[in-house]
Write a protein that binds this ligand. Structure first.
Ligand code: NAD
Length: 457
């Protein structure tokens, strides 16, 4: 638990301006990179223990993503920090205008358990690049990774700069947020807890970024390349045993290609994870018994056309495809966040759209089609945090794109320069020379309306 004195010390450290120079920020980012790389094997071991991830999967979705984000920050930091020149309107001539990127101060970053490393450390990179002091609060449900991350941070950073706080979120976070005014809170987790965080932040007018979950639809049109769609959907739906915020939550497939797609997906699951996924190098486990019990509850809510086997002791749930799912079943109401995929056939776009409209503003929307017209129609029809065409989930690994939700799936975004912007304040500065100070700008104003109308229009 963080005592408030520790947070006050961070405020003093920030106020000393030590974190602000370019050289300091760059040095710290380099230290972070070195520390991560020196614990690379520990991270693989920990991620395997917590979630049964292979080193390859861990590199692509956790460590590698973080290293790519660090490299981008190291390469572009000077450029991101540069003040932006802005134009000046006629009213303020001959002033000059610019926008400074100011660090926010002492910020809190809260992480979830499903990608416990990447989802805590990636926002940290943006916050450090922007010159802030950071409190890191990992999820308590990935304890092995939590332990390694603590080492990575504490071996290289003083507590006044980066403070690593462990413990039960429901206790530790209110204790900090109700007794200390953070300059920003960056939260990744469920919509339910996101609302609690938002409320606490509102009490002190603390700005927030909320990276939440939800039901991301995946639409397969009749003109889709079905074989490719099957591979890409199976890959991301069952990666990390479905415990991915941007996994396709449910599938809307055109009736005319439904059977072909189901056949292709079943064959693909076999190829990727064998007929014994519990023993597969490529297949993960459910994080804990609570989540296992929640997800297995969905298995009876439709016809199982593939999978359905479970093993509580191993926290194993087989990649499962469900059909004939009633619209009011809880599997079609909650975010599934596990390896269960309901498949819903449609004949018209309106039918498919009506299903999506029950969960507005999803975190992601996936469309499989070979028609540019259909692609654009779907993109216009469904507001979403992000989208992939003929792909699922991979947009999040491109740090040139902003990543975030809208409405119930979140507010704000990050990755690459968007992270830097999230953790910076844009300070508007106008500088006015003193050699020109016409009387026209000052009272008396009587008779100047026509001129003012000419200047301000
Ligand atoms: P969670 O909301 O249960 O927990 C997230 C964090 O909040 C943890 O650090 C936890 O300690 C803390 N917390 C829990 N209860 C709290 C409370 N009452 N008050 C304050 N803090 C509290 O989420 P989770 O189970 O760790 O993760 C799964 C959820 O996260 C899913 O909904 C998933 O979609 C979402 N998610 C979103 C993204 C994204 O980038 N948008 C990424 C991963 C996960």
């Amino acid at each position: 638990m963080a005592d408030i004195t520790a947070l006050e010390k961070m405020r003093q450290y920030f106020n000393s301006r030590i974190t602000q120079p370019y050289v300091f920020r760059k040095e710290q980012l380099k230290k972070l990179k070195t520390s991560i790389l020196s614990h690379e094997q520990d991270l693989y071991d920990a991620l395997h223990l917590d979630l049964k991830k292979s080193p390859e999967e861990s590199w692509v979705t956790e460590t590698g993503m973080v290293i790519a984000e660090l490299n981008a920050a190291l390469k572009n930091l000077r450029n991101w920090m540069e003040p932006e020149r802005a134009a000046t309107n006629l009213l303020n001539m001959p002033s000059g205008s610019r926008v400074l990127k100011e660090p926010l101060g002492v910020v809190l970053i809260i992480g979830p358990w499903n990608y416990p490393f990447q989802l805590l450390i990636n926002p940290l990179i943006g916050a450090m690049a922007a010159g802030n002091c950071v409190i890191l609060k990992p999820s308590e449900f990935a304890p092995a990774t939590d332990k390694v991350m603590k080492k990575i941070i504490e071996e290289v950073f003083p507590k006044e700069y980066i403070l690593y706080v462990q413990g039960d979120g429901a206790t530790v976070i209110p204790q900090m947020m109700n007794n200390f005014t953070f300059d920003h809170v960056f939260f990744t987790g469920s919509t339910t807890v996101g609302k609690i965080i938002y409320k606490m932040a509102a009490e002190r007018l603390v700005p927030v970024t909320l990276e939440l979950g939800g039901k991301s639809p995946c639409v397969v049109e009749k003109d889709a390349n079905v074989q490719v769609a099957a591979r890409r959907i199976v890959m991301t739906k069952f990666s990390n045993a479905g415990q991915m915020c941007v996994a396709p939550d449910y599938l809307l497939v055109h009736e005319s290609v439904k059977d072909k797609l189901l056949t292709a997906m079943k064959a693909t699951i076999g190829k990727f994870f064998t007929d014994k996924p519990e023993e597969s190098y490529n297949y993960g486990k459910i994080i804990n018994e609570k989540q296992f019990n929640r997800i297995t509850g969905y298995l009876s809510q439709g016809t199982i056309v593939h999978g359905g086997r479970v093993d509580k002791e191993k926290l194993f749930i087989e990649p499962t495809i469900l059909t004939d799912v009633p619209a009011d079943a809880s599997v079609m109401k909650d975010e599934i966040f596990g390896p269960v995929l309901p498949v819903i056939p449609f004949n018209t776009t309106e039918e498919a759209k009506a299903v999506i409209d029950k969960h507005p503003n999803p975190l992601s929307l996936y469309i499989y089609t070979s028609s540019k017209r259909k692609e654009n129609k779907w993109l216009e029809a469904v507001p979403a945090g992000g989208s992939c065409i003929n792909n699922s989930s991979w947009h999040l690994t491109n740090h040139h794109l902003p990543f975030g939700g809208r409405g119930l799936s979140g507010t704000g975004c990050y990755h690459g320069k968007y992270s830097f912007e999230t953790f910076s304040h844009k300070k508007a500065v106008m500088k006015t020379p003193t050699w020109f100070d016409p009387n026209i700008k000052y009272p008396p104003f009587k008779g100047k309306l026509k001129l003012f109308k000419w200047v301000i229009k």
